[in-house]
Design a protein. Structure first.
Ligand SMILES: Cc1cc2nc3c(=O)[nH]c(=O)nc-3n(C[C@H](O)[C@H](O)[C@H](O)COP(=O)(O)OP(=O)(O)OC[C@H]3O[C@@H](n4cnc5c(N)ncnc54)[C@H](O)[C@@H]3O)c2cc1C
Length: 339
């Protein structure tokens, strides 16, 4: 085998896994298709990662990359296309060659979801963006639209509000669902107009964006907003197509509490995993746990979770089943009584 562990994705989950795997002396590769540091490198400001009261996404990405590199994992710039079963482990096929490994940690995150409306693909990079930090400065003193109502929409809106003339915040509901502290800051801005209960139906332009058509979901009424840019934050799509393990209906990977997937020796951590919420500190913690579990698996100290391997088992695990998994993972026998 070329490696003990191959980590797919170089974000907080993958790099944290790399630190733990290397400190356990595992031969480790991190394979990243875009930016080591992950999607958080695209944000302006992080205020909720313990130990960093305020840091830019770019600086945070650099810090976690340097930390991981201190332990010399192989850092491979490539896109993973397929994880294939082979004797004794897995073959990870990439556009830069194939590598064999005893274990895989999938830490491939989730990509921004698209609106799927006319004009979006045509004007992507010419006014349509999913990265305010990257593209915001091009629209200084202009009117722009931000689509979405969660943490990403509001935190990126806060950044944009300092640069642009006016923001139209377009949201399909009648209230934001971002963290209260972010909402309070955003609501107090004087250059934001809220377009509630509305969706974008078309992005218009002439070489670059010059407007959006929005539809009010309550009245059906459509109107045009004259904007130079549209920043889209309406959720994510997990990047998990290259690995055949049990997933939820949206493609997020289902694991047990030790980050084990339905296939022995394949673990998942971070935003690509079925979980309650997506945050950098949670991804980093899960990456650490996945690496420790991978080490225990290689040493024969971690048993596969039978329930996940069984396709007819329910996706949501009861407390009893989860407790049973933990007991089994530590080699304990148990009886589960359920009504
Ligand atoms: C605008 C914005 C602002 C945010 N602000 C905050 C914040 O303030 N605080 C906070 O805690 N969280 C924030 N988040 C969320 C945070 O970015 C994520 O929770 C975190 O980055 C997830 O880490 P991860 O390692 O699981 O995934 P990611 O960071 O997404 O890393 C996954 C990596 O895998 C790579 N990859 C995917 N598929 C493949 C493949 N096939 N082959 C090779 N590589 C692949 C991707 O290129 C990516 O770099 C924000 C997110 C966004 C979009």
């Amino acid at each position: 085998m070329d490696y003990d562990v191959i980590i797919v994705g170089g974000g907080p989950a993958g790099l944290s896994a790399a630190v733990y795997a290397r400190r356990a002396n595992l031969k480790t590769a991190v394979i990243e298709k875009l930016t080591f540091g992950g999607i958080i490198t695209t944000t302006d400001l992080i205020e909720n990662y313990l130990g960093f009261p305020a840091i830019s996404g770019a600086d945070f990405g650099k810090a976690i990359q340097e930390h991981a590199m201190k332990y010399n994992p192989d850092m491979i710039q490539a896109e993973v296309k397929l994880v294939k079963d082979v004797d004794g482990g897995y073959e990870v096929q990439t556009d830069a060659g194939n590598f064999t490994t005893k274990t895989v940690i999938v830490a491939s995150g989730a990509a921004p979801k698209k609106l799927g409306v006319p004009g979006e693909s045509e004007y992507f990079g010419r006014g349509v963006s999913t990265c305010a930090t990257c593209d915001g400065p091009f629209f200084a003193k202009k009117d722009v639209a931000v689509v979405g109502g969660g943490d990403s929409a509001v935190s990126e809106g806060l950044y944009l509000a300092r640069l642009v003339n006016k923001i139209y915040l377009i949201h399909r509901r009648d209230r934001l669902r971002a963290e209260p502290i972010l909402q309070q800051r955003f609501m107090s801005l004087s250059n934001v107009e809220f377009v509630w209960n509305s969706v974008v139906t078309k992005i218009e332009g002439d070489k670059k964006v010059n407007g959006v058509i929005v539809k009010n979901l309550l009245t059906g009424e459509e109107k045009e907003l004259k904007v130079s840019a549209v920043f889209i934050y309406i959720g994510e799509v997990p990047q998990t197509g290259f690995v055949d393990v049990r997933k939820d209906d949206h493609g997020y990977i289902i694991t047990d509490e030790n980050m084990q997937t339905s296939k022995p020796g394949i673990f998942a951590a971070g935003d690509c995993r079925h979980s309650l919420t997506k945050q950098a500190i949670i991804s980093a913690g899960e990456g650490a746990l996945a690496a420790i579990a991978a080490q225990m698996y290689i040493e024969g100290r971690l048993k596969a979770t039978q329930e996940l391997a069984n396709p007819s088992a329910p996706n949501r695990h009861s407390y009893g089943v989860r407790l049973g998994q933990t007991l089994r993972a530590y080699g304990k026998d148990f009886v589960l009584f359920a009504d």
